[in-house]
Design a protein around this ligand. Sequence first.
Ligand SMILES: O=C(O)c1cc(=O)[nH]c(=O)n1[C@@H]1O[C@H](COP(=O)(O)O)[C@@H](O)[C@H]1O
Length: 271
Amino acid sequence: MTTSELVAQIQKKKSFLCIGLDVDLNKIPQHLLKEEEDPIFAFNKAIIDATHHLCVAYKPNTAFYEAYGIKGWESLEKTIKYLNEKYPEIFTIADAKRGDIGNTSTMYAKAFFEDLAFDSVTVAPYMGKDSVEPFLAFKDKHTIMLALTSNAGAFDFQTKTVDGKELYKHVLETSKTWTNAANLMYVVGATKAEYFADIRKIIPHSFLLVPGVGAQGGNLQDVCKYGMTENVGLLINSSRGIIYASSNEDFAEAAAKSAEILQQDMKAILE
Ligand SMILES: O=C(O)c1cc(=O)[nH]c(=O)n1[C@@H]1O[C@H](COP(=O)(O)O)[C@@H](O)[C@H]1O
């Protein structure tokens, strides 16, 4: 999917919501475990069918699938196939946080862009240019690089000053010089709203994936005030706050209600 197609979806749906499909078998409604052959996919399918009109993106975090071995990977495969076939207008994010030496990164990129056919994948910048450029080589695919993460550990390295500037600023500035940098998006945590103005000085137009609204306490209005661009430029993710709104039979309906609260706030901000 191209960035302009994503922007068109945002305008049409009046939403820049991304729903995180972080499925934990201990948290999903227990009747699914008894009744369904593939409870993870059954859960995702119900959530997607109930919420697709309220969001523009879904982000399965691969950890929640890898934890269940081959069965989990099959559930991930079925989920992305279902999204691509039934809701091709949705932007899909494989939250895998990959990145390695060049030839290995190319294989990671093939796994997520070609085999699974995701629109985007999250990567870590720590190994530098030759670990990220193999992802950027894929046309109309997006590489979402960690810039300033939502967790407390972000202060361990990312905000440390190196050569007179915070490390995350080096990450943003340097990455702009890489081949096919137009295919980059960045992760900035919603819990770090006060940093958005500075970040926008370096990358005024790039899309930001913003996790941390909901369960981690980030504030939508603050993020939008400092992070929004003329093309919106934001995908706000909520995972647990939406998908675990209820643990009963009404879980999909409850997820839709939670998603709608965020979508209505987004609609008001866009208008
Ligand atoms: O890359 C991410 O998506 C990510 C980066 C970050 O800085 N913080 C962060 O929480 N995430 C992911 O975003 C999701 C947040 O989930 P909730 O806190 O349940 O909304 C999880 O899948 C995290 O792995």
